[in-house]
Design a protein around this ligand. Structure first.
Ligand code: DGT
Ligand code: CA
Ligand code: CA
Ligand code: ZN
Length: 566
Protein backbone atom coordinates (compact mmCIF):
# COMPACT_ATOMS: atom_id res chain seq x y z
CA UNK A 1 0.00 0.00 0.00
CA UNK A 2 2.88 2.33 0.83
CA UNK A 3 4.25 1.66 -2.65
CA UNK A 4 1.07 2.89 -4.25
CA UNK A 5 0.91 5.97 -2.01
CA UNK A 6 4.51 6.90 -2.69
CA UNK A 7 4.26 6.32 -6.43
CA UNK A 8 1.36 8.75 -6.47
CA UNK A 9 3.14 11.31 -4.29
CA UNK A 10 6.18 11.43 -6.56
CA UNK A 11 3.95 11.80 -9.59
CA UNK A 12 2.08 14.64 -7.90
CA UNK A 13 5.31 16.38 -6.89
CA UNK A 14 6.42 16.23 -10.52
CA UNK A 15 3.08 17.65 -11.62
CA UNK A 16 3.25 20.59 -9.25
CA UNK A 17 6.82 21.32 -10.33
CA UNK A 18 5.70 21.24 -13.97
CA UNK A 19 2.96 23.67 -13.04
CA UNK A 20 5.44 26.00 -11.32
CA UNK A 21 7.63 25.66 -14.40
CA UNK A 22 11.01 26.79 -13.08
CA UNK A 23 13.67 25.98 -15.70
CA UNK A 24 16.01 24.83 -12.92
CA UNK A 25 13.56 22.05 -11.90
CA UNK A 26 13.71 20.12 -15.20
CA UNK A 27 15.99 17.49 -13.75
CA UNK A 28 13.98 17.18 -10.54
CA UNK A 29 10.75 16.66 -12.50
CA UNK A 30 12.34 13.84 -14.47
CA UNK A 31 13.72 12.28 -11.30
CA UNK A 32 10.30 12.28 -9.60
CA UNK A 33 8.53 10.89 -12.68
CA UNK A 34 11.09 8.10 -12.92
CA UNK A 35 10.79 7.40 -9.21
CA UNK A 36 7.02 7.12 -9.53
CA UNK A 37 7.33 4.51 -12.30
CA UNK A 38 10.19 2.69 -10.58
CA UNK A 39 8.16 2.31 -7.40
CA UNK A 40 5.28 0.79 -9.35
CA UNK A 41 7.72 -1.85 -10.56
CA UNK A 42 9.38 -2.43 -7.17
CA UNK A 43 9.44 -6.14 -6.39
CA UNK A 44 8.59 -5.78 -2.69
CA UNK A 45 7.03 -3.42 -0.16
CA UNK A 46 9.12 -0.27 0.19
CA UNK A 47 8.82 -0.57 3.98
CA UNK A 48 10.56 -3.91 3.84
CA UNK A 49 13.14 -2.68 1.36
CA UNK A 50 13.83 0.39 3.50
CA UNK A 51 14.31 -1.78 6.59
CA UNK A 52 16.78 -3.92 4.67
CA UNK A 53 18.49 -0.82 3.22
CA UNK A 54 17.71 -1.98 -0.33
CA UNK A 55 15.90 1.10 -1.65
CA UNK A 56 18.80 2.27 -3.76
CA UNK A 57 18.95 -1.10 -5.48
CA UNK A 58 15.78 -0.10 -7.35
CA UNK A 59 16.79 1.38 -10.70
CA UNK A 60 15.66 5.03 -10.76
CA UNK A 61 15.93 5.50 -6.98
CA UNK A 62 18.96 7.52 -5.84
CA UNK A 63 20.07 8.98 -2.54
CA UNK A 64 17.64 11.92 -2.51
CA UNK A 65 14.56 9.91 -3.42
CA UNK A 66 15.46 7.15 -0.95
CA UNK A 67 15.63 9.76 1.84
CA UNK A 68 12.14 10.98 0.97
CA UNK A 69 10.80 7.43 0.97
CA UNK A 70 12.31 6.89 4.42
CA UNK A 71 10.82 10.17 5.59
CA UNK A 72 7.37 9.06 4.47
CA UNK A 73 7.69 5.68 6.12
CA UNK A 74 8.84 7.26 9.38
CA UNK A 75 6.51 10.28 9.57
CA UNK A 76 3.64 9.54 7.18
CA UNK A 77 4.41 12.66 5.12
CA UNK A 78 7.09 14.28 2.98
CA UNK A 79 7.87 17.86 3.97
CA UNK A 80 8.71 18.97 0.46
CA UNK A 81 5.41 17.63 -0.84
CA UNK A 82 3.48 19.50 1.85
CA UNK A 83 5.24 22.73 0.83
CA UNK A 84 4.69 22.13 -2.87
CA UNK A 85 0.99 21.55 -2.34
CA UNK A 86 0.74 25.04 -0.85
CA UNK A 87 2.22 26.51 -4.01
CA UNK A 88 -0.53 25.08 -6.25
CA UNK A 89 -4.12 26.39 -6.51
CA UNK A 90 -6.54 24.44 -4.33
CA UNK A 91 -8.35 22.80 -7.24
CA UNK A 92 -5.12 21.80 -8.98
CA UNK A 93 -5.41 18.00 -8.83
CA UNK A 94 -9.13 18.16 -9.53
CA UNK A 95 -8.40 20.06 -12.73
CA UNK A 96 -5.55 17.72 -13.65
CA UNK A 97 -7.98 14.82 -13.41
CA UNK A 98 -9.69 16.16 -16.53
CA UNK A 99 -8.16 13.98 -19.24
CA UNK A 100 -7.34 16.80 -21.69
CA UNK A 101 -5.56 18.98 -19.10
CA UNK A 102 -1.92 18.66 -18.07
CA UNK A 103 0.10 20.79 -15.63
CA UNK A 104 1.19 23.23 -18.36
CA UNK A 105 -2.38 23.94 -19.46
CA UNK A 106 -3.56 24.32 -15.88
CA UNK A 107 -0.74 26.82 -15.44
CA UNK A 108 -1.94 28.89 -18.41
CA UNK A 109 -5.51 28.86 -17.17
CA UNK A 110 -4.33 29.96 -13.75
CA UNK A 111 -2.04 32.73 -14.90
CA UNK A 112 -4.13 34.09 -17.77
CA UNK A 113 -7.64 33.68 -16.35
CA UNK A 114 -7.06 33.18 -12.60
CA UNK A 115 -8.82 29.81 -12.75
CA UNK A 116 -8.26 27.94 -9.48
CA UNK A 117 -10.93 25.25 -9.49
CA UNK A 118 -13.32 23.20 -11.61
CA UNK A 119 -16.06 25.71 -10.78
CA UNK A 120 -13.99 28.61 -12.13
CA UNK A 121 -13.14 26.56 -15.18
CA UNK A 122 -16.71 25.72 -16.04
CA UNK A 123 -17.74 29.36 -15.79
CA UNK A 124 -14.85 30.47 -17.96
CA UNK A 125 -15.67 27.97 -20.73
CA UNK A 126 -19.33 28.94 -20.67
CA UNK A 127 -18.36 32.62 -20.93
CA UNK A 128 -16.11 31.84 -23.90
CA UNK A 129 -12.94 32.99 -22.15
CA UNK A 130 -11.06 29.69 -22.41
CA UNK A 131 -11.76 29.44 -26.15
CA UNK A 132 -10.09 32.82 -26.60
CA UNK A 133 -6.82 31.70 -24.99
CA UNK A 134 -3.93 30.90 -27.27
CA UNK A 135 -3.46 27.14 -27.63
CA UNK A 136 -7.02 26.27 -26.54
CA UNK A 137 -9.76 27.03 -29.09
CA UNK A 138 -13.37 25.85 -29.35
CA UNK A 139 -12.61 22.13 -29.69
CA UNK A 140 -10.44 21.85 -26.62
CA UNK A 141 -12.87 23.96 -24.59
CA UNK A 142 -15.62 21.47 -25.45
CA UNK A 143 -13.32 18.61 -24.48
CA UNK A 144 -12.79 20.26 -21.11
CA UNK A 145 -16.55 20.53 -20.58
CA UNK A 146 -17.05 16.88 -21.52
CA UNK A 147 -14.30 15.95 -19.09
CA UNK A 148 -15.94 17.88 -16.26
CA UNK A 149 -19.27 16.26 -17.12
CA UNK A 150 -17.80 12.76 -17.07
CA UNK A 151 -16.08 13.40 -13.73
CA UNK A 152 -19.25 14.67 -12.09
CA UNK A 153 -21.19 11.65 -13.34
CA UNK A 154 -18.70 9.26 -11.79
CA UNK A 155 -18.75 11.34 -8.61
CA UNK A 156 -16.57 9.72 -6.02
CA UNK A 157 -16.43 6.39 -7.84
CA UNK A 158 -13.05 4.84 -8.59
CA UNK A 159 -12.04 2.30 -11.16
CA UNK A 160 -11.64 -1.19 -9.76
CA UNK A 161 -7.94 -1.31 -10.59
CA UNK A 162 -7.30 1.75 -8.43
CA UNK A 163 -8.56 0.05 -5.26
CA UNK A 164 -7.40 -3.51 -5.87
CA UNK A 165 -4.13 -3.31 -3.96
CA UNK A 166 -5.53 -1.43 -1.01
CA UNK A 167 -8.39 -3.92 -0.63
CA UNK A 168 -5.99 -6.87 -0.64
CA UNK A 169 -3.82 -5.22 1.97
CA UNK A 170 -6.80 -4.39 4.18
CA UNK A 171 -7.93 -8.01 3.99
CA UNK A 172 -4.40 -9.17 4.80
CA UNK A 173 -4.21 -6.80 7.79
CA UNK A 174 -7.55 -8.08 9.13
CA UNK A 175 -6.46 -11.70 8.79
CA UNK A 176 -3.79 -10.93 11.39
CA UNK A 177 -6.46 -10.12 13.98
CA UNK A 178 -6.78 -13.17 16.29
CA UNK A 179 -10.52 -12.64 16.74
CA UNK A 180 -11.18 -12.94 13.00
CA UNK A 181 -12.40 -16.22 11.57
CA UNK A 182 -13.01 -15.28 7.95
CA UNK A 183 -12.63 -11.98 6.13
CA UNK A 184 -13.65 -11.28 2.53
CA UNK A 185 -14.54 -8.33 0.33
CA UNK A 186 -18.20 -8.11 -0.73
CA UNK A 187 -20.25 -5.45 -2.61
CA UNK A 188 -19.37 -4.09 -6.01
CA UNK A 189 -15.73 -5.06 -5.52
CA UNK A 190 -16.57 -8.74 -5.31
CA UNK A 191 -18.84 -8.50 -8.33
CA UNK A 192 -15.93 -6.93 -10.24
CA UNK A 193 -17.87 -3.84 -11.28
CA UNK A 194 -15.82 -1.47 -13.45
CA UNK A 195 -16.04 1.22 -10.76
CA UNK A 196 -16.70 1.04 -7.03
CA UNK A 197 -18.35 3.59 -4.75
CA UNK A 198 -17.18 2.23 -1.43
CA UNK A 199 -15.61 -1.00 -0.25
CA UNK A 200 -17.63 -3.50 1.80
CA UNK A 201 -15.79 -6.08 3.85
CA UNK A 202 -17.38 -8.92 5.73
CA UNK A 203 -15.70 -10.60 8.69
CA UNK A 204 -16.83 -13.31 11.06
CA UNK A 205 -15.88 -13.85 14.69
CA UNK A 206 -17.31 -14.52 18.12
CA UNK A 207 -16.49 -11.06 19.52
CA UNK A 208 -17.46 -8.50 16.87
CA UNK A 209 -16.60 -5.44 18.98
CA UNK A 210 -12.99 -6.56 19.33
CA UNK A 211 -12.80 -6.88 15.54
CA UNK A 212 -14.26 -3.44 14.84
CA UNK A 213 -11.87 -1.96 17.45
CA UNK A 214 -8.91 -3.65 15.79
CA UNK A 215 -10.04 -2.30 12.42
CA UNK A 216 -10.32 1.26 13.74
CA UNK A 217 -6.71 1.15 14.94
CA UNK A 218 -5.16 0.14 11.61
CA UNK A 219 -2.63 2.46 10.03
CA UNK A 220 -4.59 2.79 6.77
CA UNK A 221 -7.45 4.49 8.66
CA UNK A 222 -7.51 8.29 8.52
CA UNK A 223 -10.99 8.87 9.96
CA UNK A 224 -13.71 6.80 11.60
CA UNK A 225 -17.07 7.86 10.16
CA UNK A 226 -19.28 5.65 12.32
CA UNK A 227 -18.62 2.81 14.73
CA UNK A 228 -20.89 0.27 16.41
CA UNK A 229 -20.32 -3.20 17.86
CA UNK A 230 -20.85 -5.07 14.61
CA UNK A 231 -20.14 -2.43 11.97
CA UNK A 232 -17.74 0.37 11.30
CA UNK A 233 -17.17 2.80 8.42
CA UNK A 234 -13.85 4.52 7.88
CA UNK A 235 -12.02 6.65 5.35
CA UNK A 236 -8.56 5.59 4.23
CA UNK A 237 -5.73 8.09 3.88
CA UNK A 238 -6.65 8.79 0.28
CA UNK A 239 -10.33 9.21 1.02
CA UNK A 240 -11.75 5.79 0.14
CA UNK A 241 -14.69 4.69 2.29
CA UNK A 242 -14.52 1.17 3.70
CA UNK A 243 -17.46 -0.44 5.54
CA UNK A 244 -16.68 -3.45 7.72
CA UNK A 245 -19.48 -5.66 8.90
CA UNK A 246 -18.98 -8.48 11.42
CA UNK A 247 -21.36 -11.43 11.79
CA UNK A 248 -21.25 -14.77 13.59
CA UNK A 249 -19.45 -17.57 11.76
CA UNK A 250 -22.66 -19.54 11.29
CA UNK A 251 -24.19 -16.59 9.38
CA UNK A 252 -21.29 -16.15 6.99
CA UNK A 253 -23.09 -17.43 3.90
CA UNK A 254 -26.33 -15.48 4.20
CA UNK A 255 -24.46 -12.30 5.19
CA UNK A 256 -22.02 -12.62 2.29
CA UNK A 257 -24.92 -13.22 -0.07
CA UNK A 258 -26.66 -10.10 1.24
CA UNK A 259 -23.62 -7.80 1.20
CA UNK A 260 -22.40 -8.92 -2.19
CA UNK A 261 -25.54 -7.61 -3.91
CA UNK A 262 -26.18 -6.29 -6.39
CA UNK A 263 -29.22 -4.62 -4.92
CA UNK A 264 -31.17 -5.55 -8.06
CA UNK A 265 -30.12 -9.19 -7.77
CA UNK A 266 -31.08 -9.28 -4.08
CA UNK A 267 -34.46 -7.64 -4.61
CA UNK A 268 -35.32 -10.08 -7.39
CA UNK A 269 -34.03 -13.06 -5.41
CA UNK A 270 -36.11 -12.07 -2.37
CA UNK A 271 -39.31 -11.78 -4.44
CA UNK A 272 -38.57 -15.05 -6.18
CA UNK A 273 -38.04 -16.71 -2.79
CA UNK A 274 -41.08 -15.11 -1.17
CA UNK A 275 -43.33 -16.51 -3.89
CA UNK A 276 -42.12 -19.94 -2.85
CA UNK A 277 -42.63 -19.46 0.88
CA UNK A 278 -39.09 -18.35 1.83
CA UNK A 279 -37.85 -15.35 3.73
CA UNK A 280 -34.30 -14.12 3.17
CA UNK A 281 -32.13 -11.89 5.32
CA UNK A 282 -28.48 -11.40 6.14
CA UNK A 283 -29.05 -13.64 9.21
CA UNK A 284 -30.31 -16.62 7.28
CA UNK A 285 -32.62 -18.10 4.65
CA UNK A 286 -35.90 -19.27 6.24
CA UNK A 287 -38.77 -21.45 5.05
CA UNK A 288 -41.68 -20.27 7.19
CA UNK A 289 -40.02 -19.93 10.60
CA UNK A 290 -37.44 -22.64 10.00
CA UNK A 291 -33.83 -21.74 9.20
CA UNK A 292 -32.86 -23.64 6.05
CA UNK A 293 -29.43 -22.17 5.26
CA UNK A 294 -26.93 -19.59 6.53
CA UNK A 295 -23.43 -21.06 6.83
CA UNK A 296 -22.29 -20.92 3.19
CA UNK A 297 -23.52 -19.13 0.08
CA UNK A 298 -23.68 -22.45 -1.77
CA UNK A 299 -26.16 -23.80 0.83
CA UNK A 300 -28.20 -20.62 0.61
CA UNK A 301 -28.72 -20.81 -3.15
CA UNK A 302 -29.20 -24.56 -2.94
CA UNK A 303 -31.95 -24.16 -0.34
CA UNK A 304 -33.91 -22.25 -2.99
CA UNK A 305 -33.39 -25.05 -5.50
CA UNK A 306 -30.73 -23.08 -7.36
CA UNK A 307 -27.19 -23.54 -8.57
CA UNK A 308 -24.57 -21.34 -6.91
CA UNK A 309 -24.53 -18.01 -8.75
CA UNK A 310 -20.99 -16.59 -9.15
CA UNK A 311 -20.80 -13.01 -7.78
CA UNK A 312 -19.85 -11.55 -11.16
CA UNK A 313 -23.21 -12.72 -12.56
CA UNK A 314 -25.38 -11.16 -9.86
CA UNK A 315 -26.69 -8.29 -11.95
CA UNK A 316 -30.30 -9.35 -12.42
CA UNK A 317 -29.88 -10.14 -16.09
CA UNK A 318 -31.46 -13.57 -16.11
CA UNK A 319 -29.09 -15.39 -13.75
CA UNK A 320 -31.78 -16.21 -11.15
CA UNK A 321 -34.03 -18.05 -13.60
CA UNK A 322 -31.07 -19.76 -15.24
CA UNK A 323 -29.79 -20.95 -11.84
CA UNK A 324 -33.26 -22.27 -10.97
CA UNK A 325 -33.41 -24.22 -14.24
CA UNK A 326 -29.84 -25.44 -13.56
CA UNK A 327 -28.71 -23.92 -16.83
CA UNK A 328 -25.91 -21.62 -15.69
CA UNK A 329 -22.78 -21.92 -17.83
CA UNK A 330 -19.61 -23.18 -16.17
CA UNK A 331 -17.60 -19.99 -16.12
CA UNK A 332 -13.96 -19.63 -17.08
CA UNK A 333 -11.37 -19.60 -14.26
CA UNK A 334 -7.91 -18.06 -14.14
CA UNK A 335 -6.40 -21.54 -14.02
CA UNK A 336 -7.84 -22.26 -17.49
CA UNK A 337 -5.67 -19.54 -19.05
CA UNK A 338 -2.60 -20.95 -20.84
CA UNK A 339 -1.08 -17.79 -22.22
CA UNK A 340 -1.34 -14.11 -22.95
CA UNK A 341 -1.87 -12.88 -26.51
CA UNK A 342 -1.43 -9.12 -26.11
CA UNK A 343 1.57 -7.58 -24.35
CA UNK A 344 4.27 -5.01 -25.03
CA UNK A 345 8.04 -4.96 -24.59
CA UNK A 346 10.79 -2.35 -24.82
CA UNK A 347 10.61 -2.85 -28.59
CA UNK A 348 7.68 -0.40 -28.51
CA UNK A 349 6.29 1.26 -25.37
CA UNK A 350 6.73 -1.49 -22.80
CA UNK A 351 9.13 -1.26 -19.86
CA UNK A 352 10.64 -4.78 -19.90
CA UNK A 353 12.57 -6.85 -22.39
CA UNK A 354 11.03 -9.77 -24.27
CA UNK A 355 13.05 -12.14 -22.12
CA UNK A 356 11.81 -10.59 -18.87
CA UNK A 357 8.22 -10.67 -20.06
CA UNK A 358 8.54 -14.30 -21.16
CA UNK A 359 10.11 -15.44 -17.90
CA UNK A 360 7.40 -13.70 -15.91
CA UNK A 361 4.82 -15.41 -18.14
CA UNK A 362 6.48 -18.73 -17.38
CA UNK A 363 6.45 -17.95 -13.67
CA UNK A 364 2.72 -17.38 -13.97
CA UNK A 365 2.35 -20.85 -15.41
CA UNK A 366 1.82 -19.89 -19.04
CA UNK A 367 2.68 -22.11 -21.97
CA UNK A 368 3.00 -19.18 -24.39
CA UNK A 369 3.11 -15.40 -24.48
CA UNK A 370 2.76 -13.06 -27.44
CA UNK A 371 4.75 -9.84 -27.57
CA UNK A 372 2.51 -7.64 -29.69
CA UNK A 373 4.41 -4.39 -30.03
CA UNK A 374 2.90 -1.43 -31.85
CA UNK A 375 3.11 -0.65 -35.57
CA UNK A 376 4.83 2.43 -37.13
CA UNK A 377 1.94 4.88 -37.30
CA UNK A 378 1.71 4.87 -33.52
CA UNK A 379 4.72 7.13 -33.23
CA UNK A 380 4.07 8.04 -29.59
CA UNK A 381 4.40 4.36 -28.72
CA UNK A 382 7.62 3.87 -30.71
CA UNK A 383 5.94 1.60 -33.28
CA UNK A 384 8.18 -0.82 -35.19
CA UNK A 385 9.23 -0.20 -38.79
CA UNK A 386 10.04 -3.30 -40.88
CA UNK A 387 13.82 -3.15 -40.29
CA UNK A 388 13.37 -3.25 -36.52
CA UNK A 389 10.79 -6.01 -36.86
CA UNK A 390 13.46 -8.28 -38.35
CA UNK A 391 15.69 -7.72 -35.35
CA UNK A 392 12.86 -8.35 -32.94
CA UNK A 393 12.02 -11.59 -34.75
CA UNK A 394 15.64 -12.72 -34.49
CA UNK A 395 15.66 -12.01 -30.76
CA UNK A 396 12.50 -14.06 -30.30
CA UNK A 397 13.90 -16.97 -32.35
CA UNK A 398 17.01 -17.03 -30.19
CA UNK A 399 15.06 -16.87 -26.94
CA UNK A 400 12.76 -19.65 -28.11
CA UNK A 401 15.82 -21.93 -28.36
CA UNK A 402 16.53 -21.46 -24.66
CA UNK A 403 13.45 -20.49 -22.67
CA UNK A 404 10.88 -22.83 -21.12
CA UNK A 405 7.95 -20.88 -22.65
CA UNK A 406 6.98 -20.32 -26.27
CA UNK A 407 7.22 -16.68 -27.33
CA UNK A 408 4.87 -15.74 -30.14
CA UNK A 409 5.99 -13.08 -32.60
CA UNK A 410 3.08 -10.67 -32.60
CA UNK A 411 1.95 -7.16 -33.34
CA UNK A 412 -0.77 -4.84 -32.19
CA UNK A 413 -1.23 -3.23 -35.55
CA UNK A 414 -3.03 0.07 -35.96
CA UNK A 415 -6.28 0.24 -37.87
CA UNK A 416 -5.84 3.39 -39.92
CA UNK A 417 -8.41 6.08 -40.69
CA UNK A 418 -10.26 4.18 -43.42
CA UNK A 419 -9.86 0.68 -41.99
CA UNK A 420 -6.56 -0.13 -43.69
CA UNK A 421 -3.97 -2.03 -41.67
CA UNK A 422 -0.69 -0.36 -40.78
CA UNK A 423 1.49 -3.16 -42.28
CA UNK A 424 1.31 -4.63 -45.82
CA UNK A 425 0.23 -8.27 -46.21
CA UNK A 426 3.73 -9.60 -46.88
CA UNK A 427 4.79 -8.35 -43.46
CA UNK A 428 1.56 -9.30 -41.68
CA UNK A 429 1.88 -12.92 -42.76
CA UNK A 430 5.19 -13.29 -40.92
CA UNK A 431 3.58 -12.80 -37.51
CA UNK A 432 2.35 -15.66 -35.37
CA UNK A 433 -0.40 -13.41 -34.11
CA UNK A 434 -1.94 -10.12 -35.24
CA UNK A 435 -4.08 -7.99 -32.91
CA UNK A 436 -5.66 -5.05 -34.76
CA UNK A 437 -6.78 -2.00 -32.78
CA UNK A 438 -7.99 1.55 -33.25
CA UNK A 439 -5.85 4.08 -31.41
CA UNK A 440 -6.69 7.41 -33.02
CA UNK A 441 -9.17 9.39 -35.12
CA UNK A 442 -12.11 8.25 -33.07
CA UNK A 443 -14.49 10.53 -34.97
CA UNK A 444 -14.69 8.19 -38.02
CA UNK A 445 -17.24 5.49 -38.83
CA UNK A 446 -15.59 2.99 -36.52
CA UNK A 447 -17.93 0.12 -37.37
CA UNK A 448 -16.79 0.39 -40.99
CA UNK A 449 -13.14 0.56 -39.95
CA UNK A 450 -13.42 -2.56 -37.80
CA UNK A 451 -15.40 -4.48 -40.44
CA UNK A 452 -12.74 -3.74 -43.02
CA UNK A 453 -9.97 -4.77 -40.64
CA UNK A 454 -11.77 -8.04 -39.94
CA UNK A 455 -11.84 -8.80 -43.65
CA UNK A 456 -8.04 -8.82 -43.74
CA UNK A 457 -7.19 -12.54 -43.58
CA UNK A 458 -4.07 -11.88 -41.49
CA UNK A 459 -5.93 -10.19 -38.63
CA UNK A 460 -6.66 -12.65 -35.83
CA UNK A 461 -7.96 -10.50 -32.98
CA UNK A 462 -9.74 -7.14 -32.65
CA UNK A 463 -8.20 -5.34 -29.66
CA UNK A 464 -10.19 -3.21 -27.14
CA UNK A 465 -13.03 -2.72 -29.63
CA UNK A 466 -14.97 0.17 -28.09
CA UNK A 467 -11.95 2.37 -27.34
CA UNK A 468 -13.34 3.45 -24.00
CA UNK A 469 -11.18 4.58 -21.08
CA UNK A 470 -13.41 4.33 -18.04
CA UNK A 471 -14.12 7.77 -16.59
CA UNK A 472 -11.97 9.42 -19.27
CA UNK A 473 -13.24 8.56 -22.73
CA UNK A 474 -16.67 7.24 -23.67
CA UNK A 475 -16.89 4.15 -25.87
CA UNK A 476 -17.53 5.13 -29.46
CA UNK A 477 -20.80 4.05 -31.00
CA UNK A 478 -20.54 0.69 -32.78
CA UNK A 479 -23.03 -1.53 -34.57
CA UNK A 480 -22.19 -4.65 -32.59
CA UNK A 481 -24.59 -6.93 -34.45
CA UNK A 482 -22.79 -6.16 -37.70
CA UNK A 483 -19.40 -6.74 -36.09
CA UNK A 484 -20.31 -10.04 -34.43
CA UNK A 485 -22.02 -11.31 -37.57
CA UNK A 486 -18.87 -10.54 -39.55
CA UNK A 487 -16.73 -12.20 -36.87
CA UNK A 488 -18.83 -15.33 -37.04
CA UNK A 489 -18.13 -15.43 -40.81
CA UNK A 490 -14.41 -14.54 -40.75
CA UNK A 491 -13.55 -16.33 -37.50
CA UNK A 492 -12.13 -13.10 -36.07
CA UNK A 493 -11.58 -13.28 -32.32
CA UNK A 494 -12.72 -10.48 -30.00
CA UNK A 495 -10.40 -9.37 -27.26
CA UNK A 496 -11.55 -9.04 -23.68
CA UNK A 497 -9.01 -6.46 -22.57
CA UNK A 498 -8.07 -6.83 -18.88
CA UNK A 499 -6.79 -3.30 -18.28
CA UNK A 500 -8.97 -1.93 -15.47
CA UNK A 501 -9.22 1.36 -17.35
CA UNK A 502 -10.61 -0.48 -20.39
CA UNK A 503 -12.51 -3.71 -19.56
CA UNK A 504 -13.38 -3.82 -23.25
CA UNK A 505 -15.60 -5.44 -24.72
CA UNK A 506 -18.16 -4.26 -22.22
CA UNK A 507 -19.94 -7.05 -20.37
CA UNK A 508 -23.31 -6.73 -22.11
CA UNK A 509 -21.61 -6.95 -25.53
CA UNK A 510 -19.63 -10.00 -24.47
CA UNK A 511 -22.97 -11.71 -23.98
CA UNK A 512 -24.16 -10.46 -27.38
CA UNK A 513 -21.03 -11.86 -28.98
CA UNK A 514 -21.69 -15.23 -27.36
CA UNK A 515 -25.06 -15.37 -29.11
CA UNK A 516 -23.22 -15.00 -32.42
CA UNK A 517 -20.87 -17.82 -31.33
CA UNK A 518 -17.85 -15.54 -31.40
CA UNK A 519 -14.57 -16.55 -29.81
CA UNK A 520 -12.70 -14.44 -27.27
CA UNK A 521 -9.16 -13.87 -26.15
CA UNK A 522 -8.65 -12.53 -22.62
CA UNK A 523 -5.52 -10.38 -22.78
CA UNK A 524 -3.52 -8.38 -20.28
CA UNK A 525 -2.27 -5.68 -22.70
CA UNK A 526 0.57 -5.43 -20.16
CA UNK A 527 3.38 -2.96 -20.65
CA UNK A 528 5.64 -4.47 -17.96
CA UNK A 529 6.21 -7.74 -16.09
CA UNK A 530 4.34 -6.18 -13.17
CA UNK A 531 1.39 -5.56 -15.44
CA UNK A 532 0.75 -9.17 -16.43
CA UNK A 533 -1.27 -9.91 -13.29
CA UNK A 534 -4.33 -8.00 -14.58
CA UNK A 535 -5.26 -11.16 -16.51
CA UNK A 536 -6.95 -12.06 -13.22
CA UNK A 537 -9.21 -9.01 -13.53
CA UNK A 538 -9.93 -9.82 -17.17
CA UNK A 539 -11.12 -13.28 -16.17
CA UNK A 540 -13.47 -11.75 -13.56
CA UNK A 541 -14.67 -9.34 -16.22
CA UNK A 542 -15.30 -12.17 -18.68
CA UNK A 543 -17.41 -13.88 -16.01
CA UNK A 544 -19.64 -10.84 -15.97
CA UNK A 545 -20.25 -11.68 -19.64
CA UNK A 546 -21.01 -15.36 -18.74
CA UNK A 547 -17.95 -16.60 -20.64
CA UNK A 548 -16.93 -20.26 -20.58
CA UNK A 549 -13.40 -21.59 -20.98
CA UNK A 550 -14.22 -23.24 -24.30
CA UNK A 551 -15.11 -19.84 -25.76
CA UNK A 552 -11.66 -18.40 -24.99
CA UNK A 553 -8.81 -19.20 -27.40
CA UNK A 554 -6.01 -18.64 -24.90
CA UNK A 555 -7.24 -21.57 -22.84
CA UNK A 556 -6.07 -23.82 -25.68
CA UNK A 557 -2.78 -25.71 -25.72
CA UNK A 558 -0.32 -24.11 -28.14
CA UNK A 559 -0.88 -26.68 -30.91
CA UNK A 560 -4.65 -26.16 -31.00
CA UNK A 561 -4.24 -22.40 -30.74
CA UNK A 562 -2.00 -22.41 -33.80
CA UNK A 563 -4.58 -24.38 -35.76
CA UNK A 564 -7.27 -21.82 -34.90
CA UNK A 565 -5.02 -18.93 -35.85
CA UNK A 566 -4.53 -20.46 -39.27
P1 DGT B 1 -21.10 0.67 -4.73
O1 DGT B 1 -20.63 0.74 -3.32
O2 DGT B 1 -21.90 1.83 -5.14
O3 DGT B 1 -19.99 0.42 -5.69
O4 DGT B 1 -22.08 -0.59 -4.88
P2 DGT B 1 -22.38 -1.77 -3.86
O5 DGT B 1 -23.12 -2.80 -4.60
O6 DGT B 1 -21.13 -2.19 -3.19
O7 DGT B 1 -23.42 -1.12 -2.86
P3 DGT B 1 -23.35 -0.72 -1.31
O8 DGT B 1 -21.97 -0.48 -0.83
O9 DGT B 1 -24.33 0.39 -1.14
O10 DGT B 1 -23.96 -1.98 -0.58
C1 DGT B 1 -23.26 -3.20 -0.49
C2 DGT B 1 -24.18 -4.35 -0.64
O11 DGT B 1 -25.11 -4.42 0.46
C3 DGT B 1 -25.06 -4.26 -1.86
O12 DGT B 1 -24.41 -4.72 -3.01
C4 DGT B 1 -26.21 -5.12 -1.44
C5 DGT B 1 -26.35 -4.88 0.02
N1 DGT B 1 -27.38 -3.86 0.29
C6 DGT B 1 -27.17 -2.63 0.76
N2 DGT B 1 -28.32 -1.96 0.89
C7 DGT B 1 -29.28 -2.78 0.46
C8 DGT B 1 -30.70 -2.66 0.32
O13 DGT B 1 -31.32 -1.66 0.60
N3 DGT B 1 -31.36 -3.76 -0.17
C9 DGT B 1 -30.69 -4.89 -0.51
N4 DGT B 1 -31.36 -5.93 -0.95
N5 DGT B 1 -29.38 -5.01 -0.39
C10 DGT B 1 -28.68 -3.98 0.07
CA1 CA C 1 -19.85 -0.82 -1.89
CA1 CA D 1 -21.12 0.19 1.44
ZN1 ZN E 1 -3.95 -0.87 -27.78
Amino acid sequence: MVNQELSEIFQQMAEILEFLDNPSDKFRIRAYQNASLAIQDAPESLEKMAREKKLKAIPGIGEGIAKKIEEYIAFGRIREFELLKKAAPKGFFEMLAIPSLGPKKVKMLYHELHIKSIGDLKKAVKAGRVQALEGFGEKSAQKILEGIEMKSKSKGRRILGAVYLIVSSIVEAMKKCKEVDEVVPAGSFRRNEETVGDIDILATGKHPEKITDYFARQQFVSKVLAQGDTKISILTKDGLQVDLRVVEPKQFGSALQYFTGSKLHNVHLRTFAKNRGFKLSEYGFFKGKKLVASKTEEECYKSLGMQFIPPEMRNDTGEIEAAYRHELPTLIELKNIRGDLHSHSVWSDGRNSIKEMALEGHRRGYEYIALTDHSPSLIVANGLKPDRLKKKKREIDELNEKLPIKILFGTEVDILKDGDIDYPDEILKQFDIVVASIHSRFGQDNTARLLKAMENPHVHIIGHASGRLIGQRNPYALDYDKLFKKASETGTIFEINSQPLRFDLQDQYIREAKRWKCKFSINSDAHSTQGLWVMELGVHWAKRGWVEAKEVVNTLPLGNLKKILK
